[in-house]
Design a protein around this ligand. Structure first.
Ligand code: GL2
Length: 835
């Protein structure tokens, strides 16, 4: 068939390009107001103007997006697919304008129309389809893939409701409200009603007698997966990648038979249950709950994504044994592990390949990233549930397991315990499928997310697998963050100062972050230091203004800003921080006014959500809020110490908080935080770090110099032994750490309201103290004292700040994604428009 239809020149002359002309920008915005939104100039509000501006920017992005997809199709390169149940994208408009290099033009155009771009940016709702670091990492990797011209697509779910909205009651309790982020329409997604796949659940699987391990799976429920595409523009490149999110829909609208028989509820029941699959993001971080709907989400998403990937591969006209030459699939944690038995099912039952051949393909396509060694996060699914929902996959898992365990037995004859540990099935009532083991044996390579964490993966949870497969199957890719959002976008003044100082256009250093090293020599330049400090100050004022307008508090911007923002979790030890605040408060109370005057004022900020069912985490929030209530009202101390819990932490709030911090806290019990990524964001913005020797803190210190970070606490090898001591030779807190005991007694005694309320929280420390708050408290307090001392010498502090930013090049997600591309996926950049 001839392409295009009709007269090619008519097509070509009517195709538009990216349009940076301010006149054309206003024209397109007005056109969207008038036609797409069906609104008029005289009653247009900021929301309407935002939507029109977004649609206009989207038109420009679509030009590049179309071009990119066509280019990739023509070049037919190997592609990588990032399967993640979470993509914590945040807002899009500002990021898109910066990456397209159209921000100043849109600013002008929107001004001419009587609006301000800054106001319109605030109208956008965050796309919050994730819980925390794992989801935000996925978003950074998409930005870097596009920016590095890599042919990478993301696959996820289009949850109708993202992470819940957090409200704080007057008593300090976290309340959860739904996040209806799609209610205002989402200009950034392209519904692809024509791209859809049927996904089966339940039913029967019958093995075929003739062997090969084949079977036929029939019956059950069939649900439709419909694609929604989200464009991912690269920074200063035409490459614009795709994030494909699946929505679940009933295969048929409703059951006409039931409807006709008068059973209206029955008629819509199946359609409701289909729609339920993508209705909401599970708000648990680091825990699994074994819920049926969650398993259905996982299968629905992996099945639709694989069907789509295979269809795209088949369009190349290649034979299936070349699949691994054209496709790499990255499993973001164990959540998409069902893709492994699903690909086996397709290759065996639909492609008619024999087992060994199919398994060879599978184990060359998948790559697996582990994101935590916390035991409560290791996914396991009850065998009866799996058998019920995915009967065919359960058979395949058993078959994989049998063959695998035979190989283990051959290598380690008679080692029954090893077999039990390595089995895909954990014995018990019920038996459970161990997803990490399945992901591990079904993948070509496995990596952790920071040096220490990757070592821990290899020596703890996957030790047996290292011994079986050899160490070369295991690697490390230290996480990264995109400097576009986490410097240029959130800290535009600093970005400008860096460009003018280095005399390098930002389009260059933003894509080669090691260029920041050039700032080192300016740390000795007094004028530069003054500018650097002034920007930090204005960012603090920007945050204070935000708090004033949203919460009504007046924040002391002459104080040191000390920030801890992350999910509430015992292992992250927000408890240590709040207990440290109380300790400081008690010290201030004990001082004379003259002594207090010598103290550097400090404002402590917390933000973060607790999983709705995580009692101790919620109680920690309650304690923080009530400590804040008391100390912020204390006339003796409030000029020296104040405390805020900022509700409803989000990507957008992080963008205001991070550039404003002088110091941030990353204080997990050693060996528990796999990497952390906000630590990188703070340091990139010239904030210093107080932390434990854990996760990526270690590598940050290696890069910026230990003299520029404040380390404290026990090291990873000591942790296990300390925990043992707590259980078998417990020492009361009063003896082990009198300073901490005093703090706990004040809380129990009612200094911050009814002490009884906090007993369960306080008791986690008094009894067992699994996260070693007692053991680390004194050295934590000493580290904070060193922070205070260092801050007194402001000139030295600013030097540290500059040297920190200057040495953060390694932590660009561009470095991380290129590492995946080269060491894992074997992928080449495919720049659009350069050949
Ligand atoms: C996490 C880790 O806890 C965190 O340290 C890491 O930075 C991110 C990204 O690799 O992954 N693992 C995890 O389950 N969540 C994380 O944030 N939710």
């Amino acid at each position: 068939e001839k392409w295009p239809r009709g007269d090619e020149t008519v097509w070509k002359t009517n195709m538009r390009g990216v349009d940076a002309d301010v006149g054309n920008i206003t024209k397109s915005v007005v056109n969207h107001v008038q036609t797409s939104l069906a609104r008029q100039a005289y009653n247009l509000d900021n929301l309407g103007a935002y939507q029109a501006a977004a649609l206009s920017v989207r038109d420009n992005m679509l030009v590049n997006w179309n071009e990119t997809q066509l280019h990739y199709t023509r070049k037919a390169p190997k592609r990588a697919y990032y399967l993640s149940l979470e993509f914590l994208m945040g807002r899009t408009l500002d990021n898109a304008l910066l990456n397209l290099d159209l921000k100043s033009q849109y600013k002008d155009g929107i001004n001419q129309l009587g609006f301000s771009l800054e106001d319109l940016l605030e109208e956008e709702r965050d796309a919050a389809l994730g819980n925390g670091g794992l989801g935000r990492l996925a978003a950074c990797y998409l930005d870097s893939s596009a920016s590095q011209d890599l042919p990478v697509w993301g696959y996820g779910l289009r949850y109708k409701y993202g992470i819940f909205q957090q409200l704080i009651s007057p008593e300090g309790n976290q309340l959860e409200a739904p996040d209806p982020w799609l209610d205002n329409q989402n200009p950034w997604e392209l519904p692809r009603i024509d791209v859809n796949y049927e996904v089966r659940f339940y039913g029967q699987s019958e093995r075929l007698p003739e062997g090969h391990g084949r079977a036929i799976w029939t019956g059950g429920q069939e649900v439709l997966a419909v694609a929604y595409d989200v464009m991912i523009p690269g920074c200063h490149t035409r490459n614009t990648n795709n994030l494909r999110l699946w929505e679940s829909k009933p295969k048929r609208g409703f059951d006409l038979n039931s409807f006709n028989a008068g059973n209206y509820e029955g008629a819509v029941e199946s359609s409701n249950s289909a729609a339920a699959i993508t209705s909401v993001l599970y708000p648990n971080d680091h825990t699994t709950f074994g819920k049926e709907l969650r398993l259905k989400q996982q299968y629905f998403w992996t099945a639709a994504s694989l069907a789509d990937i295979i269809r795209r591969f088949k369009n190349l006209g290649k034979s299936i044994n070349e699949f691994p030459d054209y496709v790499a699939i990255q499993l973001n944690d164990t959540h998409p592990t069902l893709a492994i038995p699903e690909l086996m099912r397709i290759l065996l039952d639909e492609e008619d390949l024999d087992w060994n051949f199919a398994w060879q393909i599978v184990t060359n396509v998948f790559f697996f990233t582990n994101h935590t060694v916390l035991p409560e996060a290791l996914e396991k699914w009850p065998v009866p549930l799996m058998e019920h929902i995915l009967p065919r996959h359960m058979q395949i898992i058993y078959d994989i397991n049998m063959i695998f365990l035979q190989a283990v037995e051959k290598k380690f004859p008679g080692d029954r315990e090893r077999l039990a540990r390595m089995s895909l099935i954990e014995e018990g009532f019920p038996k459970q499928v161990r997803m990490a083991n399945l992901a591990c044996i079904g993948s070509r390579r496995i990596n952790g997310v920071a040096e220490l964490h990757s070592q821990l993966v290899q020596t703890t949870i996957l030790k047996d697998f290292v011994e079986f497969f050899g160490v070369s199957k295991f690697g490390n890719v230290t996480n990264g963050i995109t400097p576009r959002r986490w410097l240029d976008q959130c800290n535009p003044e600093l970005s400008k100062l860096i460009s003018s100082t280095l005399k390098i256009d930002k389009s260059v250093w933003l894509k080669d972050l090691y260029k920041l090293k050039g700032l080192v020599k300016f740390a000795e330049d007094k004028g530069f230091r003054a500018e650097w400090a002034a920007i930090k100050q204005r960012n603090k004022e920007r945050l204070a203004h935000h708090i004033e307008t949203t919460l009504g508090f007046t924040v002391n911007t002459n104080a040191m800003f000390d920030v801890q923002i992350k999910r509430l979790h015992e292992y992250k030890r927000q408890t240590l921080n709040i207990l440290g605040v109380v300790h400081r408060y008690l010290e201030l109370k004990a001082m004379t006014p003259a002594q207090r005057k010598k103290i550097n004022p400090k404002v402590v900020f917390f933000a973060g959500k607790a999983a709705p069912a995580y009692y101790i985490a919620k109680l920690t929030i309650r304690l923080i809020v009530n400590v804040a209530r008391v100390i912020n009202a204390d006339p003796e101390t409030k000029d020296y110490l104040s405390l805020y819990f900022l509700p409803d932490y989000s990507v957008s709030l992080a963008e205001v908080l991070i550039p404003a911090s002088d110091i941030s806290q990353h204080i997990s019990t050693a060996g528990t935080e796999a990497s952390g990524t906000s630590n990188m964001k703070f340091c990139l913005n010239g904030g210093l770090l107080v932390g434990t020797v854990d996760g990526a803190n270690i590598e940050i210190a290696e890069e910026v110099g230990e003299e520029n970070v404040f380390f404290f606490g026990h090291l990873t090898p000591a942790v296990e032994d300390l925990r043992y001591q707590h259980v078998y030779h417990p020492v009361p807190v009063d003896e082990a750490c009198p300073a901490l005991a005093n703090v706990l007694n004040q809380i129990s005694g009612g200094l911050f309201g009814d002490g009884g309320v906090y007993e369960p929280l306080v008791n986690t420390i008094r009894q067992g103290d699994y996260y070693l708050v007692t053991d680390d408290f004194d050295s934590y307090i000493r580290a904070l004292a060193m922070v205070d001392d260092a801050y007194m010498d402001r000139d030295e502090w600013v030097k540290k700040s500059i040297n920190t930013t200057a040495n953060m090049g390694k932590f660009s997600s561009d470095r991380a994604i290129m590492d995946y591309a080269q060491e894992y996926w074997n992928l080449e950049p495919i720049p659009v428009g350069k050949d």
